[in-house]
Design a protein around this ligand. Structure first.
Ligand SMILES: Nc1ncnc2c1ncn2[C@@H]1O[C@H](COP(=O)(O)OP(=O)(O)OP(=O)(O)O)[C@@H](O)[C@H]1O
Ligand SMILES: Cc1cn([C@H]2C[C@H](O)[C@@H](COP(=O)(O)O)O2)c(=O)[nH]c1=O
Length: 191
């Protein structure tokens, strides 16, 4: 089973993935971008904000997704795989960047994933105050520097995309405590 942890920057995905991995080391945990050797290089380019063309940015995220699918997801289909981000981020951030149609983005992402969408999505939803506080506590990369309004619009596109595609999902209140969220995820995943 493939599960995506999704949500905008600082909503708590990595914290929860780490907690889950501690309790269940048998789970295959991975991330996009950065779950493969190619992805580590792509991530550096994507986050340093040197790409001017939003199409080039989209295509590099898609290349990373295709490589990640073949290298990490496909060989582990029989296990529980949880990825810190995936194609819901791919669509949410691209829609917030403008100039793209949802149908085109779905088609491109299905192409990258060889038609195999994840089984479940856990989407963390935050609010402006929490986002501001948590972003304030870190050095911002090129994408985070696009600002609060941009990130909240990504979040809404992600929410709408999950609903439009009808993927089994859990919406998480990212402002809840770390422990409460952990318990909610354990219950949802039945692990
Ligand atoms: N439920 C929570 N309550 C309070 N603080 C939290 C909670 N979850 C995470 N944090 C803190 O918020 C910050 C961001 O968390 P984390 O790195 O897990 O987010 P993320 O979604 O993986 O971020 P990014 O996508 O930017 O890598 C960290 O300092 C973390 O300790
Ligand atoms: C997969 C994917 C990611 N992004 C953005 C989202 C974040 O700002 C960064 C990744 O950094 P993180 O520390 O792993 O959260 O990349 C995107 O714009 N498009 C995508 O497809």
């Amino acid at each position: 089973m493939v599960v995506l942890f999704e949500g905008i920057d600082t909503c708590g995905k990595s914290t929860q993935l780490e907690l889950l991995k501690q309790k269940h080391p048998e789970i295959i945990t991975t991330k996009e971008p950065g779950g493969t050797a190619f992805g580590i290089k792509a991530r550096e380019i994507l986050l340093e904000s040197s790409i001017i063309s939003k199409r080039a940015e989209l295509l590099l995220f898609l290349a990373d997704r295709a490589e990640h699918y073949e290298e990490v997801v496909q060989p582990n289909q029989d296990k529980l795989i949880i990825s810190d981000r995936g194609f819901i981020s791919g669509i949410g951030y691209a829609l917030a960047n403008g100039d793209f149609e949802l149908d085109d983005l779905i088609m491109l992402n299905k192409f990258a994933l060889q038609g195999n969408l994840p089984d479940k999505v856990i989407l963390f939803l935050t609010d402006i105050q929490t986002l501001q506080e948590r972003l304030g506590g870190k050095d911002l990369d090129g994408i985070e520097q696009r600002g609060l309004e941009y990130l909240l619009s990504v979040q809404e596109h992600m929410r709408q995309t999950v609903l439009t595609l009808g993927i089994p999902h859990l919406f998480i209140d990212a402002c809840d405590s770390i422990e409460n969220i952990h318990q909610t995820i354990l219950t949802y995943l039945k692990v």
